[in-house]
Design a protein around this ligand. Structure first.
Ligand code: BTN
Length: 344
């Protein structure tokens, strides 16, 4: 940690050059102190151009998270949210999971995660100003056993948010990946959801809902990720007349507003109240798919529905099967063959 790194980055967020001397005067420190704060930023993976005679500059202007801007985008529901913005943290999910008695509806957003976690033990790659990373702690009266459809419900909040920002190309892939499909119906990942639970199986329980959204990832970062990935600005740019970059404060505030509404609905009606809407967003509804199961086996079938508890129902040559884990793949799926077998 270097106390000056983030205040300096906040000044550099305008994308302009700032001389070492001007920064040193502003913070009443030596130029060497500024230099070591810049080195700390570079160690966090942030690219900073340093040009003799001109100073330091970020490759482009970025948004910094700002509590007031986020809460004003939340609107009337802002009273619900206890918002904390951190400069640098290993993982917002881990941070909230380690707190004792975290207040209901606490949201922790971070400028930088140094050890972001994805599902199935993966790493979640993010960058300052190029990704939104946050977690929301939500207390439920019911136990963890009743929360199996929760991650699908969170996907609905994400889709409502994207639609309200004019991004209509995104779809969900069971259980909760947010994807943009290419012409071959292969998905590129736009956002991910990681839910961790605390509490008893029969209640009460707390869910830590972690969300990562790619905003504007540099090409080198996109290429370093081990699965096809896209970001919101590239997706929004697919809409003609939409050249405005999406502001991450507005995005976070709008998403929190939709999360409050969806989670309240989920508390009353469980996933059942959101199922039809979820199905309307599912990229592979009624499609032939290959299910890749955690034990390494694979099953071919046609996606039929999602059960009340979020379990995927797939028509297979052995009859209707229920999947609570696994991944949908389209690799080598022969649609006609499957249709024939299951008599769709
Ligand atoms: C996935 O693999 O699809 C889930 C990715 C979840 C990433 C988010 S970023 C904020 C929160 N903190 C983490 O460490 N992970 C989640």
């Amino acid at each position: 940690m270097n106390k000056l790194t983030f205040p300096i980055l906040q000044l550099l967020a305008d994308g302009q050059f700032h001389s070492g001397e001007a920064l040193a005067q502003q913070f009443k420190v030596t130029r060497a102190t500024i230099w070591s704060a810049i080195k700390h930023a570079e160690a966090l993976g942030i690219t900073i151009f340093s040009v003799r005679g001109r100073g330091y500059k970020l490759p482009q202007a970025i948004d910094f998270l700002d509590k007031n801007l986020v809460l004003s985008a939340v609107g009337e529901q802002r009273e619900w949210i206890n918002l904390i913005i951190l400069d640098e943290v290993a993982s917002t999910n881990t941070y909230l999971m380690q707190q004792k008695n975290v207040p209901h509806a606490t949201c922790v957003a971070a400028h930088i995660q140094t050890n972001g976690k994805g599902r199935r033990g993966r790493t979640w790659v993010s960058q300052l100003g190029a990704s939104l990373t946050f977690s929301l702690a939500w207390r439920f009266q019911c136990g963890a056993a009743a929360l199996s459809g929760l991650s699908l419900a969170v996907g609905v909040a994400l889709m409502r948010t994207l639609a309200s920002l004019g991004v209509n190309q995104a779809q969900l892939k069971w259980p909760n990946d947010v994807l943009v499909l290419d012409e071959n119906r292969q998905g590129k990942k736009l956002a991910g959801i990681l839910i961790e639970l605390q509490g008893d199986l029969d209640g009460p329980s707390t869910a830590v809902i972690g969300i990562g959204i790619n905003l504007n990832l540099p090409k080198t970062v996109l290429e370093s990720i081990d699965q096809p990935t896209t970001d919101l600005n590239k997706t929004a740019a697919l809409n003609k007349n939409n050249n405005q970059p999406i502001n991450q404060n507005f995005l976070l505030g709008t998403l929190l507003k939709h999360l409050v509404s969806v989670l309240s609905n989920f508390e009353q009606l469980s996933f059942v109240g959101l199922r039809d809407e979820w199905l309307s967003y599912h990229a592979y509804h009624r499609q032939a798919v290959r299910m890749l199961l955690p034990n390494g086996t694979e099953v071919l079938g046609v996606v039929k529905n999602v059960a009340d508890d979020g379990i995927l129902l797939v028509d297979t040559p052995l009859g209707l099967q229920r999947f609570s884990a696994g991944e949908i793949s389209l690799r080598g799926v022969n649609m006609q063959g499957v249709r024939h077998v299951v008599g769709d």
